[in-house]
Design a protein around this ligand. Structure first.
Ligand code: ADP
Ligand code: ADP
Ligand code: MG
Length: 451
């Protein structure tokens, strides 16, 4: 039915579980690729088949292109879903999968290269008529070039790694000295983390909101599933997301969503993607910052308010189907909030806290969804991202969603490793959170004011 019959899930954790569930419902046989550290994972348990792709360290397994391709061949997969992180935005891997005669569940390798490299994507966005943040036109080749670009843009500025992701490879600079030092350290971090030290700079937009638009294309046409507000971030990483963005006027919402579709169609986008913007609440301006050419962590809140299954839509489009949606049929109902449950200790500067989950009771009831790989007795390995699950709630209004979030949070019983759950309890006591007076550095400012 989907055009795919045997899918290799080249990822782990909650997104592997989510993808396995979605694919099974489409009648697809699913094979979980897993490392030595994930032999007893929920993904392995839920998949129809499993295949070991190497050692515990991601470099040996989830980032090991040769091993993943060999595994796909060994299990006779006809498609590969990359999830997020790891190789999801690696254009060379996407190409290798296609070259092996398999379906890559995502945009083409060319599109990933064009939109996954941030400086290139900004140039593409600008030529598609999408507003971008004032900044250096392209990569900075020397500290002198950086200083000159910053003088033009005006301090403070952000230095950003072109290959960056997950909030890494970004530095703030308030003057020339900070700029030169920041360029060097951002380059170093990006080289180590992404194997690409290219950096560019952008004006720092103060007290902005992070607004992003979910899009889906089939190569000829694209639609949007409205927007998400991901302004609650810690160190430029999202911790709490909402849909829709209650702070947007209908007019701004319409423009921002239309610009995301225009960009997707300008590059003949195929698959699910997210166009990210900063929204300046003082001036009502929005600026493109990057595009993620993959499914995102926070996709469930869009699914909850739009009544779609984005992973299944990705699989259908990848399997050769035309977009099964007309824009006018896509509507938003109610309000959804997601919180990211990380195995980290909020009392110890969010230090990762892997270990065995002794007991676990998830919340139930209407409007509550859990996307997680955790189960009682599961040992969280120390080798990967600390995300162990997401609590997603949906209700008719934002206020009701907040009340539901509090109720669901109170129901969770998790003993063993420290998690970020208590942190969300504290967030829910803040009037700025309840009243939606938020911006991307709100959490940092709040935490500073408490210490
Ligand atoms: P999203 O963009 O989906 O909201 P994140 O920015 O947190 O979420 O990224 C999703 C996951 O992918 C995180 O675990 C993050 O560490 C990881 N990630 C993001 N970009 C990269 C990258 N370029 N290389 C490796 N891992 C990445
Ligand atoms: P990543 O690939 O790591 O997700 P992004 O470009 O999406 O990188 O930026 C991550 C976060 O950093 C944004 O959500 C926002 O909070 C902050 N940020 C990025 N660019 C700017 C900017 N020009 N001004 C202010 N904040 C920014
Ligand atoms: Mg981003």
């Amino acid at each position: 039915m989907s055009g795919i019959s045997r899918l290799l899930v080249a990822n782990r954790g909650e997104i592997a579980v989510r993808t396995i569930r979605a694919a099974k419902e489409l009648g697809i046989t699913v094979i979980a690729a897993h490392s030595d550290a994930d032999t007893d994972s929920l993904a392995v348990r839920l998949a129809d088949e499993a295949v070991n792709v190497g050692g515990a360290h991601a470099r040996k397994s989830y980032l090991n292109r040769e091993a993943l391709l060999a595994a796909a061949k060994e299990v006779s997969a006809d498609a590969v879903h990359p999830g997020y992180g790891f190789l999801a935005e690696n254009s060379a891997f996407a190409q290798a999968v296609t070259d092996a005669g398999l379906i890559w569940v995502g945009p083409s390798s060319e599109t990933i290269a064009r939109m996954g490299h941030k400086a290139a994507a900004i140039a593409t966005a600008r030529s598609a008529g999408v507003p971008v943040v004032p900044g250096s036109a392209g990569l900075l080749r020397s500290p002198e070039e950086g200083v000159a670009a910053a003088a033009e843009v005006g301090y403070p500025v952000l230095i950003k790694a072109a290959a960056g992701g997950g909030g890494r490879g970004i530095r703030v600079a308030h003057d020339d000295a900070e700029l030169v030092a920041g360029m060097a350290s951002a380059q170093q971090e990006a080289e180590a983390a992404f194997g690409d030290g290219g950096v560019y700079l952008e004006r720092f937009i103060d007290k902005a909101r992070h607004i992003e638009v979910q899009i889906l294309g089939d190569g000829t046409r694209a639609v949007h599933f409205y927007e998400r507000d991901c302004s609650l971030q810690r160190r430029r990483q999202k911790v709490w997301e909402e849909a829709p963005a209650a702070a947007l006027s209908p007019e701004v919402r319409e423009r921002i969503c239309a610009s995301a579709v225009a960009l997707a169609e300008a590059v003949g986008y195929s698959g699910a993607g997210t166009v990210e913007y900063l929204y300046d609440q003082a001036t009502d301006d929005f600026f493109f910052i990057e595009m993620n050419t993959r499914i995102q962590v926070e996709h469930p809140i869009t699914e909850e308010v739009c009544g779609v299954d984005l992973i299944q839509a990705m699989l259908l489009v990848a399997g050769g189907h035309r977009l099964p949606y007309r824009q006018e049929d896509i509507r938003v109902g109610g309000h959804a909030i997601e919180i990211r449950i990380n195995a980290e200790d909020p009392d110890r500067d969010f230090m990762p806290a892997p270990g065995r989950i002794e007991s676990l009771v998830w919340p139930l009831g209407p409007g509550v969804r859990i996307d997680s790989m955790a189960y009682p007795g599961y040992t969280i390995p120390p080798y990967y991202d600390s995300l162990i699950g997401k609590l997603i709630v949906r209700a008719e209004t934002r206020d009701l969603a907040l009340a539901r979030l509090r109720r669901a949070l109170d129901e969770i019983e998790l003993s063993g490793p420290a998690t970020t759950l208590p942190f969300f309890g504290r967030l829910l006591d803040q009037s700025d959170v309840l009243d939606n007076h938020l911006h991307t550095t709100w959490i940092e400012q709040w935490m500073e004011s408490q210490s």
